[in-house]
Design a protein around this ligand. Sequence first.
Ligand SMILES: NC(=O)c1ccc[n+]([C@@H]2O[C@H](COP(=O)([O-])OP(=O)(O)OC[C@H]3O[C@@H](n4cnc5c(N)ncnc54)[C@H](O)[C@@H]3O)[C@@H](O)[C@H]2O)c1
Ligand SMILES: [Zn+2]
Length: 341
Amino acid sequence: MMVSTPEVARLYLTPLVRALEREGILFHTEILDLDEKSKAIESALDVCSLAARHSIDRKGVFLALGGGVCSDVVGFAASMYRRGISHIRIPTTLVGQVDAAIGLKCGVNFEGRKNNLGAFHPPEKVLVDHAFLATLPPEELRQGVAEMIKIAVVRDCQLFSLLEDCGPGLSRIGKLSVHSAAPEVIHRSIELMLEELEQNPFEDGGYERLVDFGHTFSPVIEGASGFSLSHGDAVAIDMAISCVIANKLGMLPRGEQDRVVDLLRQCDLPVAPGWIKVDLLLRGLETATLHRGNALNFPLPIRVGAARFLKQRDELPDRLLGQVWNELVSQTEKKKRKHIS
Ligand SMILES: NC(=O)c1ccc[n+]([C@@H]2O[C@H](COP(=O)([O-])OP(=O)(O)OC[C@H]3O[C@@H](n4cnc5c(N)ncnc54)[C@H](O)[C@@H]3O)[C@@H](O)[C@H]2O)c1
Ligand SMILES: [Zn+2]
């Protein structure tokens, strides 16, 4: 059963349907209105109900054609339906291609928390085709650029340099074809993500995960925005805060901090929106600590391309977090004023 969303179906369903028909594959197609607001257990149950209506048995396969929301909901439905059936993901967004669709996790938002219900349910296959990105709006490409910056900062200085060249263009103009380096950047990002994930695929082999960079404060920031702030934007804010923390703790040279924050700004990613208060960030630390085995396990860059972990909560005084946030907000205000004048 192929599940897609209205816009993606409008653009890409026909060729896919033709290809499946050519192969003589029996399938049903369902178009569901899935977005961050409807990413809830009810949507996953809707997928299961449709599968039951089509009498899909344990040998059936779900196919998610769409962005990260679609693959998360469909993957979660596949993990539940008849105690778990196979699923294939065809990610059509940059976030999907470099992150959401290539991991093992799936899930839905619950009780105001991101992905608070979910499963580890590896897809049978993930088919990545850059051609889908030609129709993706720049603001959606920007979300994926944030995830690529994340992996570059903690793993690969060369990838970071490539992103300095093509990230701003991707985020602002949104034309993948304009940037000859883009496919290489995407491919390298996927490789690095997979290398990280395969070390601890079910996250039961320890809590030190480099891919958590940018994902310490971002869940509470997204939650507090009522999910109106996109995931990549929240990750960008988190990365900026993390870099300034790393600098204040003497781990990251100032020049390297500026390099990361400047790239985020050049990619039109938010860095320090005024509505965020330090209390929210403190709550982010508490939530992350609970989630990471009662220790902070906070990945912080030591230079572009490498990171280490801040283990304990008491290594990061509340006062320092306040200082970091004030500094980022005032820097951002200054940049805005300079831009206007
Ligand atoms: N499971 C994981 O490990 C994991 C990792 C990262 C993110 N996620 C989740 O992924 C979700 C975000 O995914 P997303 O950024 O792909 O958002 P999304 O799925 O909401 O898609 C964004 C928008 O792009 C449109 N779209 C999709 N493909 C298109 C195309 N080719 N051309 C034109 N428009 C297109 C969609 O209609 C939608 O409006 C979040 O819910 C996040 O929690 C999951
Ligand atoms: Zn993410």
